[in-house]
Design a protein around this ligand. Sequence first.
Ligand SMILES: C[S@@+](CC[C@H](N)C(=O)[O-])C[C@H]1O[C@@H](n2cnc3c(N)ncnc32)[C@H](O)[C@@H]1O
Length: 132
Amino acid sequence: MTPQTTLKPIGEIVTPYKVLADCPRNIDPNGPPCELVLRGDLRDGLLGLATGQRILILYWLEHAERSVLRQNSRRTGELAGVFALRTPNRPNPIGVAVLPIEQIIDSVITVRGLDCLDGTPLLDIKPAMSGE
Ligand SMILES: C[S@@+](CC[C@H](N)C(=O)[O-])C[C@H]1O[C@@H](n2cnc3c(N)ncnc32)[C@H](O)[C@@H]1O
């Protein structure tokens, strides 16, 4: 039997995009400011992060279609499995982005150019490693 895994968002992401059609296809480090708004009780977890540092951001693309296993690539048009694509439609619709921190004030981290809807649940933040 597959064990159940429970994820509790650590906050939410504020972006300019209110509808899916307005979201960019992927991240753009020169895009508009977006905020990672951490839950207040988790603020201590930000110790050690600094402006300019690149972070790996994990988020939950909650409006995705989770039963799709193959679809046409938006880039090439060719049919491919979802694990060969960056599509939000996948069994576990986790989005990832690596972006530099522009500013940290209290429990809000500002980055530029995320590709998700306003209000998207934030799952985790980690320091990026070289190559990510
Ligand atoms: C191609 S995915 C890439 C996500 C992430 N950068 C990645 O590589 O894992 C980005 C697209 O996901 C869709 N999207 C954004 N926010 C979403 C949400 N909250 N639920 C479902 N789909 C979303 C939008 O169509 C956006 O263009």
